[in-house]
Design a protein around this ligand. Sequence first.
Ligand SMILES: [Zn+2]
Length: 74
Amino acid sequence: MKETRICPKCNSSSILGPNRVAGEEKVRLLLKRGTATLDSYVCVDCGYIEFYSDKKGLENIKMKYEKDNNNFLR
Ligand SMILES: [Zn+2]
C-alpha cells in the first residue's frame, strides 16, 4: 500500500498518507530502549489502514532485534 498506492483489501487507488499517528499508548510501538513512531496509510474507500515505523523507529527496532537475537544464541 505504501509503494503501490493500491488498497490490498478493496483495490482502491484512493490512499491517504503518510499520516503521523498519535494516541494514548495504543498505537505507539514500545521497545525496551526507545519507541517507534508510526506512520499510517489509509484507504479512503474501505478504511483499511497499514502502519509503518518511521526511519528512527526502525533503527530502534533493528537494535532491539539484534540484541534479542544475540541473547538467544548464548
Ligand atoms: Zn480499501
